[in-house]
Design a protein around this ligand. Structure first.
Ligand code: AHG
Ligand code: MN
Ligand code: MN
Length: 365
């Protein structure tokens, strides 16, 4: 048997850096620290019940509900610590922000501060931890504002309010049957598979591309009564299948780990929707802009797909708060553009003859 020569993540990053001869290497070093945190999380996830990491933190732990009012799992807390501890020491970061931390994280006084901001969801899909279904970590790297770099001052929330187009890199790790790291440094999207013997991410998917067309969609249909008309119309038409306006049958998937749905879509196409809805007026969408929608949006766009709020490109949104929620639609370009068109068109009567939205249906009395 001949062994196939593969690039490691480190080699890939060095190759990418050749495009910027004056680059210091800080950026690559930071990405390798992020990858290390992901490897550590992958080990914790893999031990499951044996590692004592499933379930909720004990009552002695002060923070069991995060800033968004969501119950934190033990692994949410552990994963957050891996991220902060494995990336703060290197001297590359000016500060961090995470789903699991109310306020920006300050690099301790005794550690050198750098020019980047790291934003992350340490564990996405954490409702799936206890049932042994794929979860992942999502991250985004921004450049810190110049006055932060010059002064080394503490970071404030507003330092992170940069539209997604400003991301220097974004990616995710997937803790599934195999552990993978999917990354974009702004030059396409590459996928790496963790070789458990070597403990190294190996380049297995050098140039990921999202097919433009699809017949697969993902949405939590239990929210259908709260959807806005354009989303109702889109799903309606998918469900109507071959005999409906789309003239073809669609398939549906819902893992409830957005990162896993993003990966499926990168591998074989599809469209994911967690749109703005009327369920809770205080929450314009379920997912968070800075550490869920923007990094996944960046990956999608770099892979030839599209990410949108429904109304406008996700990466053009000006953030206004750290834990801001937003409606998110991403995936195969032609489907996302169709959904955007439905939002732009004047409202139509969506009560077409369809089992999901008929006057009497599965989802209505
Ligand atoms: P998190 O675990 O980081 O809080 O995110 C979970 C998100 C996302 O991954 C997933 O798509 C969605 O929540 C699931 O929502 P439902 O509970 O409505 O299925
Ligand atoms: Mn999440
Ligand atoms: Mn999370």
């Amino acid at each position: 048997m001949t062994t196939r020569r593969r690039f490691t993540l480190t080699q890939y990053l060095i190759e990418q850096r050749r495009r910027f001869p004056s680059a210091s290497g800080d950026f690559n070093a930071l990405l390798l620290d992020v990858a290390l945190a992901c490897k550590a999380i992958a080990r914790s996830v893999a031990f499951g019940e044996l590692g004592g990491v499933l379930g909720n933190p004990s009552n002695e732990v002060a923070t069991t509900v995060n800033v968004q009012g969501e119950q934190q799992k033990k692994l949410d807390v552990i994963s957050n610590e891996y991220f902060t501890q494995m990336t703060e020491w290197g001297g590359h970061l000016a500060g961090m922000a995470s789903e699991e931390m109310d306020l920006p994280y300050q690099i301790p006084e005794n550690i050198q501060r750098g020019k980047y901001l790291l934003v992350f969801d340490p564990l996405d899909g954490s409702s799936n931890i206890d049932v042994n279904v794929t979860v992942g970590s999502i991250f985004s790297i921004l450049r810190a504002p110049q006055d932060v770099i010059d002064s080394g001052r503490d970071v404030v929330e507003a330092d992170f309010f940069q539209p997604g187009t400003q991301q220097m890199a974004a990616g995710y790790a997937l803790y599934g049957p195999t552990t993978m790291l999917v990354l974009s440094v702004g030059n396409g999207v590459a996928g790496f598979t963790l070789d458990p013997n070597l403990g190294q991410f190996m380049l297995t998917h050098p140039q990921l591309h999202v097919p433009e067309d699809t017949n697969e969609f993902a949405i939590n249909a239990s929210n259908s009564r709260f959807w806005e008309a354009p989303i109702k119309r889109y799903v309606d038409e998918c469900l109507a299948g071959k005999t409906g306006p789309r003239g073809k049958d669609f398939n549906m998937r819902w893992i409830a780990s957005m990162v896993a749905e993003a990966h499926r879509i990168l591998m074989r196409g599809g469209v994911f929707m967690y749109p703005r809805d009327t369920k809770d007026a205080s929450k314009p969408g379920r997912l968070r802009l800075l550490y869920e929608a923007n990094p996944i949006g960046f990956i999608m766009e770099q892979a030839g797909g599209r990410a949108s709020t429904g109304q406008k490109p996700m990466l053009s949104v000006q953030p206004t708060s750290l834990h801001q929620r937003i409606g998110l639609v991403f995936g195969s370009k032609n489907e996302v553009e169709r959904i955007e068109r439905y939002h732009a068109e004047p409202a139509k009567d969506v009560e077409i003859d369809n089992p999901l939205f008929a006057k009497r249906s599965l989802f209505r009395d």
